[in-house]
Design a protein around this ligand. Structure first.
Ligand code: ADP
Ligand code: ASP
Ligand code: MG
Length: 409
């Protein structure tokens, strides 16, 4: 008998028909002799709809109330799935984040899980019940208020629960049948990987491949939870996210990711002396804005410099206001913001031992006449900032130039 944690994303529970299919699959998993905990997302489009409603009522709705509002989407789907399972002859109980002991910090809309008290989940499992958990939510350990875990957060609920319960596997059911060498919606000949390392998946997730929320992969890696990504439409074997092995190092590039949620800010003509960059990035950090790529150009005389950097697009206006204020204080030149940019990245653990990846990436982009506006690297990834309109072209040409449709995983 195994303890299996499953997670069903928005499209997987997007209609009553889909909920019926999911309920059947959960019941069959139990009938094979397993204990089952299933985490569900809100029905497809529901979270966006709730956000839109709030924004129609207020330009800046409070984060606390947004969390209470958004957590309702997952509560609805968890109750509906449990209702259906009970109807078709198994026993299920639906629990909110609070009811299944998920405690987070108090950072509304992007809370982090601090602990999970799994006592209640185990009690239900011991009672032969299937536990259906409303994903994406917890309660703050200081205020007791409802918190949510950021967009895509049900993945993190699932992997964190799997870690807490020491489950045998965490199955993430979605609308594609695994992790591909690139987003299969953009690259039609993208190839499904049989397995991928936690570290590569972490890079892909942080670079825009939203198939798994980055924190879910962090949990998976930390607690060594085997994560299987697969489709609730085909139930075909999917992709295993697991520990790195020797085989994986042989493959130079495992995947291409892209992220359109980017904006580039620039401050011209600032004095090139110690403390200036610190001042700018301190101010940005104080507003909880994450800075990603940074480029600094020094003028010929070495006295003045231009600094540009990228932030998530939603934070662009806020960062722009901060920069305008700083430009006055620092006696700097013009400040600008460009939201028509995107980041494309190549990822692979094999990069550590194979030179020439950056050169190949830059050659490929240049042969398509795509200008590179900023570059950042880590041990296992290279990212380039380009004009947004070239994103699809860049992803497809990189996919081809690194032979990703051909290499075997
Ligand atoms: P869910 O609602 O099930 O959580 P998401 O929409 O969050 O599903 O994630 C699944 C989507 O991730 C896919 O439909 C696909 O377009 C996208 N995606 C991006 N990059 C990849 C990739 N490398 N492999 C598979 N899917 C990817
Ligand atoms: N419903 C939330 C979202 O749309 C969380 C999730 O689906 O994982 O982001
Ligand atoms: Mg998702």
């Amino acid at each position: 008998m195994a303890l299996i944690v499953q997670k069903y994303g928005g499209t997987s529970v997007g209609s009553l028909e889909r909920i019926n299919i999911v309920a059947q699959h959960i019941k069959e998993t139990q009938e094979k002799g397993n204990k089952v905990v299933a985490i569900v997302s809100a029905m497809a489009g529901e979270t966006d709809k709730l956000i839109k409603m709030a924004k129609e009522l207020s330009k800046h709705p409070s984060d606390r109330e947004m969390d209470l509002l958004l957590s309702s989407g997952e509560r609805i789907s968890s109750a509906l799935v449990a209702i259906r399972i009970n109807e078709i002859g198994a026993k299920a109980v639906a629990l909110t984040g609070r009811q299944c002991g998920i405690v987070t910090d108090e950072v509304h809309t992007k809370a982090r899980i601090k602990s999970i008290n799994s006592k209640r989940i185990f009690e239900h499992l011991d009672n032969n019940e299937i536990v259906i958990v409303a994903g994406f939510q917890g309660i703050s350990y200081t205020t007791g208020d409802v918190t949510t875990l950021g967009r895509g957060g049900s993945d993190t609920t699932a992997v964190a629960i799997a870690a807490a319960l020491k489950a045998d596997v965490c199955e993430i059911y979605t609308d594609v049948d695994g992790i591909y060498t690139a987003d299969p919606r953009i690259v039609s000949n993208a190839r499904k990987l049989n397995k991928i390392s936690y570290s590569e998946m972490m890079e892909l997730a942080s670079l825009g491949a939203k198939v798994l929320q980055i924190r879910s992969v962090e949990f998976g890696m930390k607690y060594e939870v085997p994560i299987m990504v697969l489709s609730s439409f085909t139930f075909n074997p999917g992709t295993l996210v697991t520990k790195e092995d020797k085989e994986m190092e042989k493959i130079v590039v495992s995947g291409i990711a892209h992220d359109k949620n980017q904006a580039r800010l620039k401050i011209n003509d600032v004095s090139d002396q110690p403390g200036v960059a610190a001042r700018i990035f301190n101010e940005i950090a104080k507003s909880n804005i994450n800075v990603d790529m940074i480029v600094q150009n020094v003028s010929d005389d070495g006295k003045r410099t231009d600094i540009s950097f990228t932030v998530p697009r939603d934070d662009a206006e806020k960062a722009f206001e901060i920069l305008k204020r700083l430009a006055k204080d620092l006696n700097a030149g013009e400040v600008s913001v460009n939201k028509d940019v995107a980041k494309v990245s190549v990822v692979g653990v094999g990069m550590r031992s194979h030179p020439g990846v950056a050169a190949r990436m830059f050659n490929t982009l240049s042969s398509e006449n795509i200008n590179i506006r900023a570059i950042s690297t880590s041990e296992i990834k290279i990212s380039c900032l380009i004009d947004e309109k070239y994103t699809e072209l860049a992803v497809r040409s990189l996919h081809e130039s690194f032979g990703l449709d051909k290499e075997s995983a």
